[in-house]
Write a new protein. Structure first.
Length: 272
């Protein structure tokens, strides 16, 4: 096989398709970073409050060399993981119960919807009183943020299942368990996965508020430390790491749940 045909095979194959998608995905932020770097180098912007990418990369390298960055990332990721698992499990259970049993929906859902409107910062002093300033309060706060989108997604999806599909299952005399397993669960699964992604995104936002509660390590601690010491490059570095690991965790969740919805035949298949 010639070199040209090998290159064509790479570009048209699976890896080539993935490379094209990656290049398209990073084109916008890479272009924005390049323009800002050029603006600072040319003197059009001072770069004092919003440092250029080169300074941010130097700050990240210094934190990594000092052995701090890996510890901060690990602490934040562990908190988000524990909070996400707890909040997603509680939200899926509560959403399933209120979506399946109409009485529970009528009696419990209004209260949960009222609690959902409470800002994340409002929970901080209460959780400090209840759980202290250590890890428990931080994980509970993150779980609270994850709980509500997962609950809302599951409950709404169950209430939106086509009644005719359920009646077909009853015509075939499916038991309650079989009705849930063969009809209700597949029907709500796509919405459930979307709610998990929304909950994960809120988990990353809530971890910042959680790490404001007396944390001595974590990306939220880097934000507070940079603000107190007047280090905009450290603040931007922490924000950049949040964006990267948040995107990676979302992509990992999508990849892990993709086999569960492989049966979907939607219009996006075959696109870029």
């Amino acid at each position: 096989m010639s070199r040209r045909s090998s290159r064509l095979t790479f570009l048209t194959g699976r890896w080539g398709h993935a490379f094209v998608r990656f290049a398209v995905a990073i084109a916008l932020p890479a272009g924005a970073f390049l323009l800002w770097e050029l603006a600072v180098d040319s003197g059009l912007a001072s770069g004092r409050l919003v440092p250029p990418p080169s300074r941010i990369l130097v700050t990240l390298a210094d934190l990594w060399t000092a052995g701090q960055l890996a510890d901060h990332i690990a602490s934040t990721c562990l908190r988000v993981l524990l909070g996400f698992l707890a909040g997603a499990a509680a939200g899926a259970l509560a959403g399933s119960l209120t979506g399946y049993f109409r009485f529970l929906h009528a009696s419990v859902d209004p209260t949960l919807q009222a609690l959902r409107a409470i800002p994340s910062i409002a929970w901080v002093p209460l959780f400090i009183l209840w759980f202290g300033i250590f890890e428990t309060s931080k994980v509970v706060l993150i779980a609270t943020g994850v709980f509500f989108p997962v609950y809302l997604g599951v409950s709404t999806a169950l209430l939106s299942v086509d009644r005719k599909i359920v009646e077909v299952g009853r015509i075939f005399r499916l038991s309650g368990f079989d009705l849930v397993r063969r009809i209700l669960f597949p029907a709500v699964l796509p919405a459930f996965i979307v709610s998990l992604r929304a909950g994960l995104g809120l988990g990353w936002m809530f971890v910042v508020a959680a790490e404001f509660m007396g944390a001595s390590e974590g990306l939220g601690y880097l934000l507070v430390d940079g603000q107190q010491l007047g280090k905009p490059d450290q603040i931007m570095a922490a924000i950049l790491i949040f964006a990267i690991i948040g995107k990676l965790s979302d992509a990992l969740l999508v990849r892990a749940t993709a086999p569960l919805v492989a049966w979907q035949d939607n219009f996006s298949r075959g696109g870029l």
